[in-house]
Every structure is written in C-alpha cells, then in structure tokens.
Design a protein around this ligand. Structure first.
Ligand code: DHB
Length: 321
C-alpha cells in the first residue's frame, strides 16, 4: 500500500512537471511501446513502420512544435511495458502513450495512464474490454467479436453446420470463441469442440489431430498476428485440407504480413476482418503503395492501427494546441 501510494504521488508530481515542461518546450514527445523483439516482433515492425510512414506523409510538426516519437521495445512482456510506460511518463514527459501489441500489456499499463492522466492509444491489442481498463484509453485497432460475429453469421448460411473452434488461450481468444460460438448456435449450427493453444510457443499438432477426429465441416481459428504461417503449415501437414475440413478464421490468421509465404493451403480460406491490404479503396491503395515504397513488406492490420493511431494523436494535439 505504501509503495502504491508513493508510486501515485510520484506520477502525480510528474504530471504537473510534464505540464509546465510542455508549455516551455518546443518539442512534444510521444511514447510508443511495442514488441520489437520476441514472438510478437512482426506487430512491432508493422506499427513502427506505419508511424514512420505517417510522419513522412504529414510532417513532424504539431501546433507549431516538433513531434518526437520515442519507440521502446517491451519484447511482448507486460511487466517491461508497464515499467517503460512509467519511465516515459516520469522521465521523458511524453504527452501520450501508444502501441501495445498484446492484451496483457495493454491491461498492465492502463493504471499508469489513469494515475498520470496520460492519453493511451491502443494500436494493436484487441480484447473487447481493454477500452474499459482506463478512461484515458482510445483504441485504433479492432475487437475480436467484430470479426468473429461476422464469421458466425456467414458460416451457417454457407453450408457449415458443425464446427470445431481453436483459439489462443487468453483475452482475444476467449472473445473470439465466445462470440463465434454464440452466433453459430443462434443460427442453428453445432459447435462440436472448443480447443485452445497457449499464447507462448504453441504446438498445433495435438489440437489439429483432435479437430480432425471430430469430423467437423469446418474449423474456426483465432491466433494472434505472427502465428498464422506456422499454423497453416501444420494444418496442411496433418491433412485437414485433404480431409475436406474447411478453414475459417479471423483475419489475424491470414495476416497480410505472412500470407505470401503460406502457399496453396491458404487458397479457399474464408475470414472476416476489419482490414485487408487488398481492399480496393483509393485511400488504401495509396496507403499500401506508400508503405511499400518505404518497406520491403506488405502492411497488415497492425500497420493500419498504427497509422490511424498516429493520426488520432496528432489531431488531438492540434485541436488542444
Ligand atoms: C491481440 C494480438 C494480436 O496479435 C492479434 O492479432 C489480435 C489480438 C491481443 O493480444 O489483443
């Protein structure tokens, strides 16, 4: 309790100091915390590239001041993210925190945003409850129910009456499983089995065998960005495609960052998502072309969340001066 009170006092003092430092300084700092290394490194790479693209397109001035983006690597570890957020608020006096590649990270850092009254822009993490973790949070990514309900609506109307679900065993997986299964059942379909794999270092072989044995029409899958290619490889190796089991998913699995390396197993997969690099709007075509002019990889939905998040932060700073 003493530690916590001390911690609150430090943050409160820092916030007052940040206010006066900001008024005097000709630079505004934005603290971006991302998994640049570790299992979720593709999320960090995508968002970092998108932020750089946004600055290249729009310049780094806001309300007459220079924007400085400080990127910190949390390696996908919640305790690290929380500590980095504290340092960014207290030492660097950032005006906003942004990034957050995984749900546990966003949830662990939310109290820092609340205690220091620092806006926190969640560009990636997608469990629906995250925006309720602090009144200072706004999100520019998505929620799993948005994608899962669309699949649960589509599948029974397209001949899929019996399914097995497979999700990563944490917040967004719980959301995907629940909202997909509820919508399937509402539409008269049957969920034969609900399977889960751990977030860290998952092995898909045993669950794919179980899914195959259940003889469903389809398997519905959610895995966080970065795990899709390995999953698809094992899906084909275990012969589920040959057994006539259709693969339906959220777009996290057929991630644009990895899609080109997945091979023919990806053909015929049906997913629902809020973003695709192939979306043919003029705005997205421009986004993809300019992103690829700066990077050797294709933008995915994480890049979109990072680009939108940067826009939200800079617009807010312009509005509030
Ligand atoms: C989360 C992470 C992802 O990489 C993703 O694709 C969806 C959700 C998350 O941890 O919230």
């Amino acid at each position: 309790m003493i530690t916590r009170r001390h911690h609150l006092a430090v943050l409160a003092a820092a916030t007052v100091a940040a206010g006066s430092a900001l008024a005097q300084s000709d630079t505004v700092k934005i603290g971006v915390i991302l998994p640049m290394t570790g299992q979720q490194a593709s999320t960090g790479k995508q968002i970092d590239a998108a932020i750089k693209l946004w600055l290249a397109q729009n310049g780094n001035k806001v309300a007459g001041k220079k924007v400085e983006v400080i990127v910190k690597d949390d390696a996908g570890v919640a305790d690290t993210s929380r500590r980095l957020a504290q340092e960014l608020v207290v030492n660097d006096k950032v005006v906003a925190l942004a990034g957050f590649g995984l749900t546990p990270i966003a949830l662990a850092t939310a109290p820092i945003a609340t205690q220091s009254k620092t806006p926190m822009v969640v560009m990636a993490a997608a469990t629906s409850s995250i925006t309720e973790a602090s009144p200072y949070i706004v999100r520019t990514s998505f929620t799993l129910p948005q994608a899962a309900v669309a699949m649960g609506e589509w599948a029974p109307k397209n001949g899929i009456k019996k399914v097995v679900t497979l999700v990563a065993d944490y917040g967004p997986g719980n959301d995907a499983e629940k909202y997909f299964a509820d919508r399937m059942q509402l539409n008269g379909a049957q969920v034969l089995e609900k399977l889960r794999t751990p977030l860290r270092a998952p092995d898909f072989a045993p669950v794919l065998q179980k899914a195959r044995d259940a003889k469903p029409d389809a398997i519905f899958v959610f895995l966080p960005s970065g795990q899709g290619a390995q999953f698809m490889k094992q899906f084909a190796e275990r012969g589920l495609d040959k057994a006539g089991i259709k693969l339906i998913a959220t777009g996290d699995v057929t991630d644009d960052d990895q899609l080109a390396d997945m091979g023919d197993v990806a053909l015929g997969v049906v997913n629902a998502h809020h973003y695709s690099a192939a979306h043919p709007s003029a705005m997205n075509k421009k986004f993809v072309a300019e992103f690829q002019a700066l990077n050797k990889f294709r933008p995915n939905f994480m890049a979109m969340g990072g680009w939108d998040g940067m826009r939200v932060i800079v617009n807010a700073l312009n509005t509030t001066k």
